[in-house]
Ligand binder design. Structure first.
Ligand code: GTP
Length: 602
């Protein structure tokens, strides 16, 4: 195949609302194009992380090359990028779209257009991509593809004549989808002989080969031995090899213009390759770098502390390693009287937080305690200074505070009309204000809210799902900082303040939350050999209290006589429990206590 000619190349992302079937459709494409042998086929092939497979969610985008023999007798090179659907990872989606000419927009035919369908469609439209709508799960009896077509036209302003009905499960319609990709998505433009212009989409660190970068070549071509320069980072290196994923890595002679693949940089410093940077020839560089990416800003911060303080350095190393292919992760050292040395880590959202914590524990074998999530508050002091506060412990003394601003979101919820009242009520309870209500179709309403981010991270999503029987979907973006009356709520165990349990809350909610939290902690903290009073306080004022009664904990007391295996199980369970306990003063506090705020029923 002539690498100067790009007419046979199609670069596209698969985007959708969470669970609408992107990964399943990608699997069928790999199967139908015989990229993967049937006997090697396992589901969610592109979700390479254990967590992705177990949870059935995509976290990282993944680029693979498949060759498609089309009905016109030609063979096409498809570079397919599977993307995450959850709102936390919208940033990852826009990174992938920047490398493509087209997007396959998957919509579940039993659910219709949902919040991230709208946001992904508008990301794709803003990036000027050709969009192929795929209406999925048509094998299900509850599928209503015709109505979904209408929604695509009306809500998204995408012509639905182009929509292809498919089933990722049975494979029906996948052939038609591949044909539509050939006809509807433009081939890449670009000049093979021009100076190199390649966008770094992603990178990971390999012990033996150094940093391996996934790139999209816009102009020029890359081969082994080329002398390349990273335009922003300034790093220069000789290419150690190039190749593509199918989905196993295959080395190639060259990555030509318009293609997507990987470059082995040989660079040993994980920080030397920046996602969003432009690669060019060191001796004959291009004039201007590509626009790159908007930096992903962390929204949620939490303290991560090793249960065993000796693991502190290991935790730092692990964060550095994860950062290479998760550039949105940020951290700074944090010290807690209760938990010792740790880090305040910034995440894109709560799912991102859970995923990173789980990866740190599994892939790096760390035992961690996470404290309740916080947002980044702007605290204006009486002396005119502004400080960013991401941890309740860092809040200056009240006498020095003039006012505090907190981040607000523009939230968008799509739900069936009968749940409008429930959704509005929930928003009011979370200090939200309805700003707009649009009737999309007879079956769906789009509600717009202004709402503090801090409220969203306190179980808003779970509440939304339960109050709308799972029918509502949520999307949001940061809007601005606004002044709020916020106070720091402290928790005292046996009369001692536990810094890691403090949090910042709106004044009007402080009493209810303090009471709820004291009650919750009473359930969570196991009985000790002495009574443990739990108190909630604002400054010196105690506003709530509860007590954990004294009891000698003898887990075997319940086992009369000889059931050895049951005894062993109980002891093991207790040991497991101990691992996650932190002795605070003389009280053993389990991990759940530090996240109890997320579980308080208001
Ligand atoms: N019946 C039926 N089920 C499907 C079909 N496509 C996907 N599913 C199921 O829908 C669920 C979600 O599919 P995924 O492919 O993981 O969805 P996704 O969009 O990749 O999800 P994220 O990566 O988490 O955003 C899985 O349980 C699939 O088995 C289909 O055509 N028919």
């Amino acid at each position: 195949m002539n690498t100067h000619d790009t007419s046979h190349i199609r670069n596209f992302s698969i985007v959708a609302h969470i669970d609408h079937g992107k990964s399943t459709i990608s699997d069928r494409i790999l199967e139908l194009t015989r990229t993967v042998d049937e006997r090697d086929m396992e589901s969610q092939l592109l979700d390479t992380m254990d967590i992705e497979r177990e949870r059935g969610i995509t976290i990282k985008s993944n680029a693979v090359r498949v060759m498609y023999d089309a009905d016109d007798g030609q063979t096409y090179q498809f570079n397919l990028i599977d993307t995450p659907g959850h709102v936390d990872f919208t940033y990852e989606v826009s990174r992938s779209l920047a490398a493509c000419e087209g997007a396959v927009l998957v919509v579940d035919s039993t659910q219709g257009v949902e919040a991230q369908t709208v946001s992904n469609a508008s990301l794709a439209m803003n990036a000027n991509l050709d969009i192929v709508p795929a209406i999925n799960k048509i094998d299900l009896p509850s599928a209503h593809p015709d109505e979904v077509k209408e929604e695509i036209e009306e809500d998204l302003a995408i012509p639905a004549d182009d929509a292809v009905c498919v089933s990722g499960k049975t494979g029906e319609g996948i052939h038609d989808l591949l044909e539509s990709i050939v006809f509807l998505i433009s081939p890449p433009a670009g000049n093979y002989d021009a100076p190199l212009k390649a966008l770094i989409l992603d990178s990971y660190f390999d012990e033996y080969r150094g940093v391996v970068a996934t790139v999209r070549v816009f102009d020029g071509h890359i081969s082994k031995g080329d002398d390349l320069l990273m335009m922003q980072g300034g790093e220069r290196f000789l290419v150690d090899g190039v190749g593509v994923k199918r989905p196993a890595e295959v080395l190639m002679d060259e990555l030509g213009v318009g293609e997507v693949g990987f470059v082995v940089t040989g660079l040993k410093d994980p920080e030397s390759v920046r996602v969003g940077d432009t690669l060019t020839y060191a001796e004959n560089p291009t004039d201007e770098p590509l626009p790159g990416y908007r930096e992903a800003k962390p929204m949620v911060y939490t303290g991560l502390f090793p249960v065993d303080n000796k693991e502190y350095e290991n935790l730092r190393d692990a964060l550095e390693k994860l950062h290479v292919n998760d550039p949105s992760l940020t951290w700074s050292p944090e010290t807690s009287v209760a938990l010792g040395f740790g880090f305040r880590v910034g995440f894109l959202g709560l799912l991102h937080m859970e995923v990173v914590k789980e990866r740190l524990e599994r892939e790096f074998n760390l035992d961690l305690i996470a404290t309740s999530p916080s947002v980044d508050y702007h605290v204006f002091k009486t002396n005119g200074e502004m400080v960013g506060v991401r941890s309740p412990q860092d809040l200056p003394d009240v006498t020095c505070i003039d006012h505090i601003e907190e981040p607000y979101l523009k939230a968008k919820i799509i739900c069936p009309p009968e749940y409008t009242g429930a959704v509005m009520q929930l928003a009011i309870e979370h200090r939200g204000v309805t700003t707009d209500m649009i009737h999309l179709t007879q079956k769906s309403v789009e509600l717009h809210f202004d709402m503090p981010l801090a409220e969203l991270i306190l179980d808003f999503f779970d509440q939304l799902k339960s109050r709308t029987k799972g029918y509502a979907s949520l999307d949001y973006e940061f809007s601005e900082y606004r002044t709020s009356e916020l106070v720091k709520l402290d928790i005292l165990l046996s009369g001692d303040e536990v810094d890691a349990l403090s949090f910042i809350v709106h004044k009007d909610k402080a009493y209810t939350l303090a009471r709820g939290l004291c009650d919750k902690l009473k359930e969570i903290i196991p009985r000790q050999q002495f009574e443990v009073p739990i108190q909630g306080a604002i400054g010196n004022k105690i506003i709530a209290r509860s007590t954990v009664k004294a009891m000698r904990k003898d887990v075997l007391a319940k086992c009369y006589g000889g059931d050895i295996s049951r005894k062993r199980k109980l002891l093991e369970k207790q040991k497991e429990g101990k691992k996650r306990m932190k002795a605070i003063g003389s009280v053993d506090v389990p991990q759940e206590a530090f996240m109890a705020i997320l579980k308080v029923d208001e």
